[in-house]
Design a binder for this molecule. Structure first.
Ligand SMILES: Nc1nc2c(ncn2[C@@H]2O[C@H](COP(=O)(O)OP(=O)(O)OP(=O)(O)O)[C@@H](O)[C@H]2O)c(=O)[nH]1
Ligand SMILES: [Mg+2]
Length: 434
């Protein structure tokens, strides 16, 4: 934990680029993102070390000369924690701690820490704990391999090894139990999604880089009050809510965890089940922060993760958010002929109607809102429309003709149009009949 019992760690950031072909500006952006991650974890930054290196050193990750310099910075800044912007092996982390004489954590541990402080739901907490234990188990195994070679030699079984065996067994046991509990929790959620399938709701999931504005847009679309914040990974647990806007067809929106480049594998593993829910989405809203100069690269990263999760074939709308931060002229130069793109400001509620239209078109090929007439013999069709939740109002003429005012996707409507005795009609026809 970076914030322990309200004691904020005095943190030294170690930002190192290795084998990098990146330009100065790109590196600066990478640094900014890492800096923000550290701030998101609640750390107090007391000093920074930024440098480039050809190759990581096997023992300490950082080369000796640089390490000396960092050690001086630790002393002068009185830092009690160093955070490195890479994934370290267990032995590298241990060697760094021995050398710098302060606690050292890597990028994976940093993100795990942020996730641990954010998790609120049952599933979210289980997932973070699983990710942490998985991480810990790799540390134990890697960190203690030098002792393992002694295994079997009589008289060589040191207390360290016994302890290691016990630790491993405990962790393996805990991991197994956590996995079972997670399975159960997810099965329960799947039951819910099964009932969704039986109804005709479509699922639209909001995806995108962290801090792009997914939750703000989600709140806008569903009249919810989920926490939206200017910090990385504000949302951790996915939330699904029904659309409240009558202009839209029957839709559930799902807000979920934001992505980041080089998301630690343990996290992807643990969050797979949550992210698996995205598989049943009918449409993805890929939210992008238009004011972010790095947005193109970030969109590529997001699409890469979507590919890893086998979600690349789900139709996508690219939602360019935070348009209020750009002037109109610069936005108009960015607009392309791409019809599957929306330009909005979720915060100011701008462009939301156009986005809704686009969602309707993509999901239902548009929506028919109006009257239909059904002959009295079409009782089964009438109950089907009721089951689908399409009928808003109904009138019956003296001759038994049924008039129903319905909301229905064009695609769905196509299935009814050919039926004998079923016809579209206009408002004026209804008035005449009554
Ligand atoms: N100016 C401006 N700021 C916005 C807009 N939409 C969202 N924001 C701000 O951007 C920050 C992040 O918004 P969130 O909705 O929490 O972003 P998110 O994508 O859900 O982030 P994570 O949950 O961390 O992945 C917040 O401070 C919002 O107020 C917008 O249209 N314009
Ligand atoms: Mg969010």
């Amino acid at each position: 934990m970076i914030v322990e019992q309200n004691l904020i760690s005095k943190t030294l950031i170690i930002f190192l680029e290795v084998e990098s072909l990146k330009t100065g500006q790109e590196l600066e952006k990478d640094f900014e993102e890492f800096n923000e991650l550290v701030i998101s974890a609640g750390a107090e930054i007391v000093d920074k070390s930024i440098s480039k290196q050809l190759k990581p050193s096997i023992s300490h990750f950082i080369n000796k000369g640089k390490l000396e310099e960092i050690k001086n910075k630790v002393k002068s800044s009185k830092a009690d924690l160093a955070i490195v912007n890479h994934q370290l092996s267990a032995s590298q982390a241990r060697n760094l701690e021995l050398y710098l004489k302060i606690r050292v954590i890597d990028k994976t541990e940093l993100i795990l820490d942020i996730f641990a402080s954010r998790a609120t739901t049952h599933i979210g907490k289980l997932q973070v704990e699983l990710a942490q234990l998985n991480h810990l188990s790799t540390r134990l195994i890697r960190g203690w391999t030098h002792l393992e070679r002694q295994k079997g030699g009589i008289g060589l079984r040191g207390p360290g090894e016994t302890q290691l065996e016990t630790d491993r067994r405990l962790i393996a046991h805990r991991i197994k139990r956590l996995k079972n509990r997670l399975d159960k929790a997810h099965k329960q959620k799947q039951l819910n999604s099964y009932s969704r399938k039986k109804s005709r709701n479509k699922l639209v999931a909001l995806v995108g880089y962290t801090n792009a504005g997914k939750t703000t847009l989600f709140n806008c679309l569903t009249n919810s009050k989920q926490q939206a914040e200017d910090k990385l990974f504000a949302t951790l647990d996915s939330v699904t809510r029904k659309n409240m806007n009558p202009e839209l067809g029957p839709i559930l929106f799902s807000d979920t965890v934001g992505f980041i480049s080089q998301l630690p594998t343990q996290l992807i593993e643990s969050f797979k089940a949550t992210l698996d829910e995205l598989k049943s989405a009918d449409l993805l809203l890929h939210v992008v922060d238009i004011s972010d100069i790095d947005r193109k690269q970030k969109a590529i990263e997001v699409n890469k993760i979507l590919e890893d999760l086998n979600l690349e074939n789900i139709p996508q709308i690219l939602v360019n958010n935070k348009c209020d931060l750009k002037n109109e002229l610069s936005i108009s130069t960015l607009k392309s002929e791409n019809l599957k793109e929306a330009w909005i400001s979720a915060e100011n509620n701008n462009g939301i109607d156009e986005l809704r239209d686009l969602i309707n078109t993509m999901l239902f090929n548009g929506i028919y809102k109006g009257w239909v007439s059904l002959e009295s013999s079409l009782g089964k069709i009438r109950s089907k429309l009721f089951r689908m939740g399409c009928i808003n109002e109904e009138r019956v003429s003296s001759s038994g003709q049924i008039f129903a005012h319905i909301d229905i996707g064009m695609d769905e409507l196509d299935n009814f149009i050919g039926i004998n005795g079923f016809a579209l009609c206009e408002d004026k026809d209804i008035l005449l009949e009554n």
